[in-house]
Design a binder for this molecule. Sequence first.
Ligand SMILES: N[C@@H](CCC(=O)N[C@@H](CS)C(=O)NCC(=O)O)C(=O)O
Length: 212
Amino acid sequence: MPARYVLHGFFRSGPTYKVALALSLSGEPYAYESIALREGKHKTPEFLAKNRFGQVPLLEDRSNGMMVCQSAAILDYLADKTGKLGGATLAERLQAREWCLWDFDRLALNIYRPRAVKLGLRQLDPAVVTQYETEGKAALQVLDDWLKGRNWLVGDHPTFADVDVYGVVVYAPDGGYDLSAFPNIGDWMKRLEALPGFGTREQLLPQESRAA
Ligand SMILES: N[C@@H](CCC(=O)N[C@@H](CS)C(=O)NCC(=O)O)C(=O)O
């Protein structure tokens, strides 16, 4: 029987990695559809019919035909469907969502954009990059302070908040950030990397499509 989920994504996409990581940590097999962003495959009528924003990741649930976009919404959906990584209570679920919203507001772009510049995927005025870096460091400090004396972002167990934020922080060195300045983040990353089902970007995001 084919896998229930199809992840449509791009191997260099941080938000795609978040979803692949949540699926893997949840022990959920998935097919992978590689979307060639450089060829504009995400802006074709066929893809836009599945995701109005014309972006990856997109999660297809073959059991009910649902197409879910925006990585944080996908993580929330998967927690609902798998019963994993969703927090122990409604309060924890809400806190996990709060972290995801904070992440995209304060952390993600400040890391992803300087990384894209370093990889030659974007060209930005150096003053803009400096602004991203200043705000990125401030956000990393908030995260590091929160993790002092805590194993996980929410409650006593890993949730999709950890996956969401890890899926950004792991790209920070590519963006020129020195994570050794944030020891609590480093310890937390090691804890997450030790979880059963953990896979690196390279392990979870192939450059080619993969059936399952
Ligand atoms: N907030 C979205 C961001 C998704 C996103 O930025 N995707 C990028 C790839 S990493 C993309 O599809 N870029 C092409 C575009 O926006 O046209 C999420 O978390 O899923």
